[in-house]
Design a protein. Structure first.
Length: 270
């Protein structure tokens, strides 16, 4: 009887089982990270708390370091609100019951009411407890010295309430029984690389029609900032993705003309 073959099969089976177990752990900790990000976007501080170790150190991309209690207070007070988190290039390394994750992420963060879109690199350390993963450390750094985003979006009433010809038919201006549409989804335009290099800052004024279904149509630039490097175009493209509760007249939704002001500012690090 050849005893070597069964022994080799046992060794290979053990090695394979170890590889499978490690891959399961990688998938488990990656799923844990996505659940934590989702809880942060929901601003569910209780769910986030379950994901954090009591000895957490959380270092923001601006350099501020918080404890678990301080980070949760930041979420609960709304001082920072994570509107969208998009991780990429995530790598997971395992060291026993500890996982080290590195990667990049685009963070859509509203800080003190102002939306910023940050491109960051991060390192995250997680530890397996008896029941689940918990994060013990997070540190992020911005990938560029500037995080250029429009710093201000303003919805304005363009004039008195009366019908006028726009696009495919008549549209009303708010007032005289016509209500101003209410913004429910805002999409921020991003700097083009050429406009960023040229350090262009300023305001694009747009006039558009909010249709009875709340969509944005017939967007026109009424004050140009940059037609050469594309800021006018990205402002128009972003405005077309906005969503409203429509304006009303006599209890019925009607097309309403509104003015949108988008201000582009090169946000500098502190």
């Amino acid at each position: 009887m050849n005893r070597t073959a069964p022994a080799m099969i046992l060794v290979f089976a053990t090695m394979y089982a170890g590889v499978v177990a490690q891959e399961d752990q990688r998938q488990s900790v990656s799923a844990f990270q996505l659940r934590r990000f989702a809880a942060m976007v929901r601003n569910d501080a209780d769910a986030v708390a379950e994901c954090l170790s009591d000895d957490l150190t959380y270092t923001h991309s601006g350099g501020e370091t918080e404890t678990k209690a301080q980070f949760l207070e930041t979420l609960r007070t709304g001082r920072i609100h994570y509107e969208r988190i998009e991780p990429t290039d995530v790598d997971v390394r395992l060291y026993g019951d500890v996982a080290v994750m590195t990667g990049r992420s685009t963070m859509h963060v509203r800080s003190d009411g102002e939306l910023q879109v940050l491109s960051i690199k991060f390192i995250e350390v997680d530890r397996w407890t008896e029941r689940h993963w918990q994060m013990v450390a997070w540190k992020s750094t911005r990938e560029s010295a500037a995080a250029p985003t429009p710093s201000r979006s303003v919805l304005q009433t363009p004039g008195p309430g009366q019908a006028g010809s726009r696009g495919q038919g008549a549209a009303y201006r708010p007032g005289n029984g016509v209500s101003l549409p209410t913004l429910i989804r805002e999409v921020k335009p991003q700097y083009t690389s050429e406009a960023m290099q040229a350090k262009i800052e300023g305001t694009v004024m747009l006039e558009c029609v909010v249709a009875p279904d709340g969509s944005v149509t017939d967007v026109q630039v009424t004050r140009s900032l940059d037609a050469k490097f594309g800021l006018d175009d990205v402002a128009v493209q972003a405005a077309k993705q906005w969503k409203f509760r429509p304006g009303m007249r006599n209890g019925e939704p009607v097309p309403v003309i509104v003015t949108i002001e988008l201000t582009f500012t090169m946000k500098k690090d502190d």
